[in-house]
Design a protein around this ligand. Structure first.
Ligand code: PLP
Length: 402
C-alpha cells in the first residue's frame, strides 16, 4: 500500500480483483440451485475496468441511467442483452438508447413511463420486455435515505395495483410482459425483509400466471448489506439471503435476477489518504487528512462508520481523535471521537470498505480533483482512472460574453 501511494499519489482508491471474484463466486454458489443471473448494480461502482471484470465473470448489469448503459456498452458491446434498466425517471432518449442496444428488461415504475416505453418501442418497430417494479410495502431496517420499499417512497408501483397494470401492459403490442421486479433498499443486514417482500412477490406471480401472463423473470433487486464494523462470513450471509429469496419462488418456474452492488464491491476497496496535519482545539484532537467528503461522502450523507487503520503498524499507543478532511464543511469528517493508534503527520491511513458508493459519489466540491483508482490483481497494480487535473474540471465552463 505504501508503494501504491508513492507511485500513484493520494487520496487513492485501491480495489482488489480477487475480492470481487470471490464475492461473485459466493453469489453464484449460493444461488446454484436455481436458474439465476447476477445483474451487478452499476451505480455502486461504475469504473469501466470494474465493469469489464464483472462482465468477464459472466455478470449482467442493472443500470439506472443512459450514462450507465453507455458505460456497460463500452466495457463490452455485447453485454446489452444482460442489462436491466431501473429508475423512476427514464427519459425518452434513455429509453430509446436502451431499445436500440437491445437490453433484457425494463423495470417500469409508473403508468406514464409505461406509455413512454410503448411509444418508443412502437416508433422503433420493436417490442420491449417489461417488468413492473412493485413496491411491497415492507420496512427495511436501514438508513432512511436508502430505504425504498415503503408506500411513502417514490419507487415502484403499489403491489395491490400491479395486476391491473400488467393487464394494461399486455394490451400493448409493443410491450412484452416478462417479469416482476422488486428492490426494497440498500445496506439491509437482516434477511427477514427480503423474505417478506419475496413472499408477496411470489403471490403476485401466481396471480399473474393465472391471469395468463408469462412471467419468466423475478428480479429480486439488490440491497444485501455488508458488515462495516469488521469481518463477515460472506458465504454464510449470502447463503442465508439466497434461501430467503428463493424459498417463496421454488414452484414458480422463473429465472431469478439479482442486482447486488454493495455486496459485490463494497469490501473490495480501500481509500488511501495521507495525514497532512495534526491539530488541537482545546482538548479536542484532529487528524487532518488529504481525502475529503468530496472523495467519500458516506459518513456525512449516511452517518456511515468506516474502519480506519494506519498503513504502517508502528504499535503506537491509542488516542481519541476526529479524522477530518480539508473541505470547508463541518460535515467533512471520516470519524468522530474514534480511538485510533497515534499517527504522525505524513503517515498513511486506509479507510476500509469503500468499494461501493465511494468514488461513485465523489464530486469536485471545493474544486478538488477526483482521486485516482487502482485495480490490484495478483502481482499487478494498474491505474484504472487517472487523477483528475484542474484542466479536466474547467474544460466544460465558458466565460459569459462581455
Ligand atoms: C441501488 C440499487 C441496487 C443495488 O443496491 P445495493 O445495496 O448496492 O446492492 C439494485 N437495484 C436497484 C433498482 C437499485 O436502485
Amino acid at each position: 500500500m505504501t508503494g501504491l501511494a508513492e507511485r500513484f499519489g493520494t487520496p487513492l482508491y485501491v480495489y482488489s480483483a480477487k475480492a470481487i471474484r470471490e464475492r461473485v463466486r459466493a453469489f453464484d454458489e449460493a444461488f446454484g440451485g436455481v436458474p439465476h443471473s447476477i445483474c451487478y448494480s452499476v451505480k455502486a461502482n461504475s469504473n469501466l475496468s470494474i465493469l469489464r471484470l464483472l462482465d468477464k465473470l459472466g455478470c449482467g448489469f442493472d443500470v439506472v441511467s443512459g450514462g450507465e448503459l453507455e458505460r456497460v456498452l463500452r466495457a463490452n458491446r455485447r453485454a446489452a442483452k444482460k442489462v436491466v434498466f431501473s429508475g423512476v425517471g427514464k427519459t425518452v432518449a434513455e429509453i430509446d438508447a436502451a431499445l436500440k442496444a437491445g437490453i433484457l428488461l425494463f423495470n417500469l415504475e409508473g403508468a406514464s413511463e409505461m406509455e413512454a416505453v410503448a411509444a418508443c418501442a412502437a416508433k422503433r418497430k420493436q417490442t420491449a420486455r417489461i417488468a413492473w417494479r412493485v413496491n411491497p410495502d415492507v420496512p427495511a431496517d436501514t438508513h432512511p435515505y436508502i430505504s425504498t420499499g415503503l408506500q411513502k417512497h417514490k419507487f415502484g408501483v403499489p403491489i395491490g395495483e400491479a395486476r391491473e397494470l400488467y393487464a394494461r401492459a399486455a394490451r400493448s403490442k409493443h410491450l412484452q410482459v416478462s417479469g416482476v421486479s422488486v428492490h426494497i433498499g440498500s445496506q439491509i443486514t437482516q434477511v427477514a425483509p427480503f423474505s417478506a417482500a419475496m413472499w408477496r412477490v411470489a403471490e403476485l406471480v401466481r396471480q399473474l400466471q393465472s391471469d395468463g401472463h408469462k412471467i419468466e423473470y423475478v428480479d429480486a433487486g439488490g440491497g444485501l448489506g455488508i458488515d462495516y464494523s469488521g469481518s463477515q462470513d460472506f458465504a454464510a450471509t449470502v447463503a442465508e439471503y439466497a434461501h430467503a429469496v428463493t424459498r417463496p419462488l421454488h414452484d414458480l418456474n422463473v429465472k431469478v435476477l439479482l442486482e447486488p452492488g454493495r455486496s459485490i464491491v463494497g469490501a473490495a476497496g480501500v481509500l488511501l489518504t495521507r495525514v497532512l496535519y495534526r491539530k488541537k482545539n482545546g482538548e479536542k484532537k484532529f487528524v487532518v487528512v488529504d481525502a475529503g467528503m468530496n472523495d467519500l461522502i458516506r459518513p456525512a450523507l449516511y452517518q456511515a462508520e468506516h474502519q480506519i487503520v494506519p498503513v504502517e503498524d508502528r504499535k503506537s499507543g491509542p488516542e481519541i481523535v476526529d479524522v477530518v478532511g480539508p473541505v470547508c464543511e463541518s460535515g467533512d469528517f471520516f470519524a468522530r471521537e474514534r480511538t485510533l493508534p497515534t499517527v504522525n503527520e505524513g503517515e498513511l491511513l486506509a479507510i476500509l470498505d469503500v468499494g461501493a458508493y465511494g468514488m461513485a459519489l465523489a464530486s469536485n466540491y471545493n474544486t478538488r480533483a477526483r482521486a485516482a483508482e487502482v485495480l490490484v490483481d495478483g502481482k499487478s497494480a494498474q491505474l484504472i482512472r487517472r487523477r483528475e487535473t484542474i484542466a479536466d474540471q474547467i474544460r466544460p465552463e465558458l466565460f459569459k460574453r462581455a
